[in-house]
Every structure is written in C-alpha cells, then in structure tokens.
Design a protein. Structure first.
Length: 94
C-alpha cells in the first residue's frame, strides 16, 4: 500500500494550492515566540478576575471577563499547534 502512495499523498506533503499566505506565516512566526504558559495564566487570571467581580456584585462585568478564559485557552491551543506542526512544513525551504 505504501508503494502506491504518490509524492503529494505522502504525510506532511502540502499541495501548492493549499499553502498559507505570507500574513498567516508571519502571524505563526510571531505566535510561536510566545510561551504556552502565558495563555494558561491569562485564562486563570480571567477566571479569578471574574470571581472577584462576582463577589463585588458586578455580575455583568463578571460574565464578560469570565468569557475570556475559553478564548485564551483556544489561543493557547493554536500556539501549541503552530509550535508543533506549523501550517506549511514543506515551505520551510522556500
């Protein structure tokens, strides 16, 4: 089965029409410089901040700040994916 695999079907191969643009590449290069802990701390901080606002009786502000946590965690996941896989592993030699 591996003998019938073409070069474009090989794992890690990227078809030219599916390559990322220069903007995405630049964002990934900058994002990869951020430590993964930053996003975890930001999510934890938003949870603690939300709790503090709740105890102060500011319910609407508490809900607003509390909704930042999933966003920070998803950004952390994106950061990790960029560090591990990147978008165009084949375009490194470009």
């Amino acid at each position: 089965m591996a003998d019938t695999m073409t070069r474009m079907d090989a794992p890690g191969a990227t078809r030219p029409e599916h390559r990322e643009g220069s903007v995405a590449r630049t964002i990934e290069q900058q994002t990869a410089k951020l430590p993964s802990d930053l996003f975890l701390w930001a999510a934890g901080g938003s949870i603690v901040g939300s709790m503090a606002l709740q105890f102060m009786g500011r319910q609407h502000a508490s809900l607003f700040v509390g909704q930042w946590a999933p966003t920070f965690l998803i950004l952390g996941l994106y950061n990790k994916l960029v560090k591990v896989a990147g978008s165009d592993s084949m375009s490194a030699g470009r």
